[in-house]
Ligand binder design. Sequence first.
Ligand code: ZN
Length: 247
Amino acid sequence: MHSRSSIQTWLGQGKRQMLSLFLAEPCPLCQRSTSAVLCSGCCRQVRQCQASTPCDRSIPDLTVLSWGRYEDSLRQAIGSLKYSGHTGLAQFLGTELGQTWLDHNPRSRAGAGPVAIVPIPLHPTRLQQRGFNQADLIGQWFCRLTGLPLHSRSLLRVQATQAQHSLDRLSRQQNLAQAFAVAPAQLKTLRQSTVWLLDDIFTTGATAQSAALALRRSDIAVEGICTVARPTVWETSTASKKTSTLG
Ligand SMILES: [Zn+2]
């Protein structure tokens, strides 16, 4: 039989072990134990991917505001969030993107009316497979910092699309042409706002343009898209050469 003190010691150890389980998760990028979302080394490495100018290009009719370059540790962090289910990374990425919004204040260009943040939705089948929409999770932390309203169920993905990276540009546009629809119940609210879309990565702009088209067809104003990452080299065929005056 255990003595009272050995039971207390055992309980004390158990409590510490329990606590350490909560406090020291493995870092999703390097597996070192850390009490934060990312260990300090990986956090530094991801921040090295931050773009010096978050908004240096626009695609036609859409301003693009991105936190960082899609390379190295940022690429790894986004992959870890999406494909390994490390949803805690959405907090880090969404907060960093939110800070970029606050620093560059693109709201001033949006004209009259409140800003509504609309995450790019996943098709229900993809959502079921993954269990979450990374754009929605990033948007939650983005909106927590900026105080802007998140409209998660306003835009619907009505058509499953093939993986975009496997298609050329024309096929991508055709693939996305009818991919989105606006939820009827949200029309009134969104018509009183200026929409900024939000996504994890900006690639060619085909997804953003297709989502913007669906909203504009419903008489909803769309100003731009905020993304955590953008390509290191822009496809000149999709990005206009115009340098944005934002910031
Ligand atoms: Zn790490």
